[in-house]
Design a protein around this ligand. Sequence first.
Ligand SMILES: *Cc1c(COP(=O)(O)O)cnc(C)c1O
Length: 394
Amino acid sequence: MDSNDAYIPLSVPNLKGNELKYVGECIKSEWISSAGSFVTRFENELASYVKAKYSTAVCNGTAALHLALLITGIKPGDEVFVPTLTFIAPVNTIKYVGATPIFIDCDDHLNISPFALSKFIDENCIYKKSCLINRKTGGKISAIIPVHIFGNAVDMEPIMDLAEMYGLKIIEDATESLGTYYTKGRYAARKTGTIGHIGCYSFNGNKIITTGGGGMLVSDNQEYVEKARYLSTQAKDDALHYVHHNIGYNYRMTNIQAALGCAQLEKIDEYIKIKRNNFAIYKKELAGISGLSFINEPEYCFSNFWFYSLMIEKEKFGIDKDNLISCLKNERIESRPIWHLNHMQKPYKNDPRGIILKAKKFFERVINIPCSANLRREDISRVIKSIKEVHTNG
Ligand SMILES: *Cc1c(COP(=O)(O)O)cnc(C)c1O
């Protein structure tokens, strides 16, 4: 290792556009809290970018998911399908509303598998009095949360068909896939987050665009979005006299966050272009190495390539994923394993699940490698060189 080599982080923000200018406007005008023109502007611009009719800005993606479950009427005791391979946030929000997750396996793009989902329904559920019932628990299944993992679009056609057939609500977790769209089929040209009943986005620091922390809920159903805005601002029924008919939350986005969001959104298509281009470089230069492969974008979508997923097969590559992560760390390069499977996490280990095979295979083999939109060509070359060296020395 050359000790002068700069540290290459996994995913960091890029704030070289109008961020400072817009945040400066907030500060000069002294509109820094949750009222202010940037909040409305960011809501409108994001809705128009994804082509959703209505939107409301919130303090983070998890809050958007929590509100989505509340306003679609998911009740305590209900059950909700969710992938086991995902960041834990959507799973936790199911518990926030007193419901129970049913964990489902993934497909070859790491997304919830429609095949595994319909197999679970066929083998474990009955449909009676317009309700889908889990026979083992007696619980009513009321929703699915498809998560577009690392920017790859979920195969939504069969999922929407199941939802239609069994009256399930679809809450899309599009927190990782802002900008991803379908290129084929029924949803061609539509962006992720606009297919189901509600879509949720996140602008956390490591997401494709960031507001430091932030989220957005979108829908074509005006009632849903108005209800989300009401609940996110403490459920004020008479704001002047402090009258509240419901339990509300303090989930609103601030004007400073929204100012960052407006500046970041101006750059998103540029970031996607860079991320796709950098992925192509990694893929080309690491091609032909035995035991290494990338998770590709599904043939039916144009992915934002938020994160790059590299699969390591120890038998052929020589070392396993954890070893590769520590070798890269020695070279001052950050890489990470994908998430611990949620059906095995302590709070969820007794909750229902289908048969989980693929997710286990990917969990044991896949890592994420540096993918920031401000990676330089020489950074990419250094990551590639380090991986190749591990291979020849391992
Ligand atoms: C980031 C993320 C979230 C949560 O977003 P926050 O803004 O961090 O609350 C939810 N789901 C997935 C899959 C995520 O990656």
